[in-house]
Design a protein around this ligand. Structure first.
Ligand SMILES: Nc1ncnc2c1ncn2[C@@H]1O[C@H](COP(=O)(O)OP(=O)(O)OP(=O)(O)O)[C@@H](O)[C@H]1O
Ligand SMILES: [Mg+2]
Length: 144
């Protein structure tokens, strides 16, 4: 997987730069989860919050894999109060209806539509932006 050096950097917490993993696919998901978990710990985020945040990132990366086209990238960056993860893809972006509904929890009978809701619950801030290239989602985990 590209970004191996960056992963090592994040693991050790060296440097303050942005870490980007390119061409993320389903086989990389577990490594992304591990990377985010370690980066969150390094950022001083409590374990229970970090676990939730890993789930949030997992849902957003899964969305990029399932609903968009490649290349998908995941970028991590320490912030003054925690950690930022930015997930970008080259797909069609959020459908207007989904964007208009925000991240409403679907009816219990619905088999899908919980990923965005989960990601909002399990991160401290989440911003979604349709770009010229696709969708970019920014998730923040904070210490406090
Ligand atoms: N990266 C993306 N590109 C384009 N459309 C997206 C993207 N992420 C989400 N969507 C759209 O938003 C909808 C809601 O996403 P959400 O993750 O909440 O539910 P889901 O992926 O359909 O189901 P699940 O409950 O398994 O996550 C998707 O069905 C899809 O139409
Ligand atoms: Mg989903």
């Amino acid at each position: 997987m590209p970004g191996g050096v960056a992963v090592a950097g994040a693991e050790t917490g060296q440097g303050t730069g942005r870490v980007t993993i390119d061409d993320v696919n389903a086989a990389d998901l577990r490594r992304v989860r591990g990377l985010v978990e370690r980066a969150a710990a390094q950022a001083g985020i409590a374990a229970s919050r970090a676990t939730n945040f890993v789930t949030a990132v997992n849902e957003i990366v899964l969305n990029a894999i399932m609903h968009a086209r490649g290349p998908r990238s995941v970028a991590l960056q320490y912030t003054p109060d925690g950690l930022l993860v930015e997930v970008s893809d080259h797909g069609p972006g959020l459908p207007p209806q989904v964007a208009a509904d925000g991240a409403r929890l679907p009816l219990p009978t619905s088999e899908s539509g919980r990923g965005l809701w989960l990601a909002r619950q399990f991160s401290q801030r989440l911003y979604i932006r349709n770009t010229a290239h696709g969708l970019t989602v920014r998730l923040y985990a904070t210490r406090a």
